[in-house]
Design a protein around this ligand. Sequence first.
Ligand SMILES: N[C@@H](CCC(=O)N[C@@H](CS)C(=O)NCC(=O)O)C(=O)O
Length: 92
Amino acid sequence: MVLKLYGTPMSTCTSRVLTCLHEKSLDFELVPVDLFAGEQKQPPFLAKNPFGQIPALEDDDLTLFASSSYRSEQMSMESNSSELSLGSVVCM
Ligand SMILES: N[C@@H](CCC(=O)N[C@@H](CS)C(=O)NCC(=O)O)C(=O)O
């Protein structure tokens, strides 16, 4: 399954994660969340981040939602694999 980043590029927190993903040339899908419509406070998004804030990064059944902890050097690729290793960035 491809990584999914929930957010919007106009958000600095989302941009921080976008930068890491692009830096690592990872495949991902950007799923827009409309802050002005309050979509981040609606149940479907709260199921991903109970704090009701973007971004949220989803990798199968693992979802991260503290953008300041996504350090690009911690996003390591398994050799010869498209699988992202997120073990060291589980958030505080
Ligand atoms: N600690 C969070 C902060 C996330 C955050 O502040 N997101 C802002 C956008 S940059 C947001 O969702 N604001 C809308 C709201 O709080 O309802 C992180 O590092 O990702």
